[in-house]
Design a protein. Structure first.
Length: 191
């Protein structure tokens, strides 16, 4: 089983990154092969709306540090996409990656029975960490992006959310969250 972990936090030891790492470690323990990237360490641009991926190519036309990441997502079984909440949304690094997944969609994605080019059946875990303790705040972020995940061919997606953790890595030491991590690792690595 191939797992790709994309961490969208500029803080490599932040809570979203720490939870993604904990989840990936558990999946590795269950036999998964994990490749991980910190998006903030890559030199890449957001989608340029050139539409070459809809008219001439089946991949993104841009050639930059995100090219091998997009290739890895194409071939993975599970994607772990982790982000902190910044200004009521995903981080800029995470949003730029999501925008580049536009290349995963067919030209007729709005009307196609199968909008995405990715092999169907992929799984996704969306990891979101927010310092704000109110669970009613920012709960809409995952649902806002879940349509894109479905279009891209992720047959199931799970939400791992940490609220109210201030110190870097603190969320990955929380017993309740670690129990959820263990359950997700089991679910994501099951055939």
């Amino acid at each position: 089983m191939q797992v790709v972990s994309l961490k969208g936090s500029p803080r490599t030891r932040g809570n979203s990154s720490a939870l993604a790492d904990a989840l990936c470690e558990r999946m590795q323990d269950k036999g998964a092969e994990v490749r991980s990237w910190n998006l903030n360490e890559l030199a890449f641009r957001g989608c340029q709306a050139c539409y070459l991926c809809k008219t001439e190519l089946e991949t993104c036309a841009l050639e930059d540090d995100l090219t091998p990441v997009l290739d890895a997502v194409r071939s993975c079984d599970v994607l772990v996409l982790a982000t902190p909440v910044y200004f009521s949304d995903v981080s800029a690094q995470t949003k730029a990656f999501i925008d580049r997944t536009f290349s995963f969609l067919h030209a007729d994605y709005q009307s196609a029975e199968r909008p995405g080019r990715l092999e169907p059946g992929k799984r996704l875990v969306f990891v979101q960490a927010q310092a704000h303790p109110d669970r009613n705040q920012f709960r809409d972020i995952y649902s806002r992006y879940s349509t894109f995940f479905i279009w891209n061919g992720f047959r199931e997606s799970e939400f791992l959310r940490a609220c109210g953790f201030q110190e870097p890595g603190e969320a990955a030491r929380d017993p309740e969250l670690l129990q959820h991590v263990e359950e997700l690792a089991e679910k994501m690595t099951a055939p």
